[in-house]
Design a protein around this ligand. Structure first.
Ligand SMILES: [Cu+2]
Length: 132
């Protein structure tokens, strides 16, 4: 084997390693984007009844199996609790319990339907998740 052949084989090996790394990278990116996740903010000033969208975005449409993360970006404590006070079904499906400022609540929605939710501390705070 002469020096030229060794150089060519070396270059080929390097190319294969590079391609493999690229494939791993592409696969990792695909995995990240196909994992269903969505986010909702509990916005600043949510404890005021005049706020138009305490949970943003709302309604939020997602695919079944999506995990939704709520982040409390307000300076007050809030909850993400299934149901609406006026319907009398509060807390029948899920309840985050108290979410302190800066904290999060995560729930995976497996079933299709429209899911209303509200805050037990501020009954005027309403949100909705639509699962298709
Ligand atoms: Cu609240």
């Amino acid at each position: 084997m002469n020096a030229q052949m060794i150089a060519i084989l070396g270059a080929l090996a390097l190319l294969c390693t590079t391609l493999h790394l690229y494939q791993d990278l592409a696969y990792a990116q695909t995995t990240t984007t196909s994992a269903s996740a969505a986010s909702v903010s509990i916005v600043q000033g949510s404890s005021s009844p005049t706020i138009s969208k305490p949970y943003d975005p709302s309604p939020l449409t997602i695919k079944a199996g999506t995990s939704v993360t709520w982040t409390n970006k307000d300076s007050s404590i809030h909850t993400v609790t299934s149901g609406l006070p006026e319907k009398g079904d509060v807390g029948t499906l899920f309840d985050s319990s108290l979410i302190s400022p800066g904290n999060t609540f995560v729930r995976v929605f497996d079933k299709q339907g429209a899911f209303d939710y509200s805050c037990t501390l501020h009954p005027f705070m309403h949100g909705q998740i639509i699962v298709k």
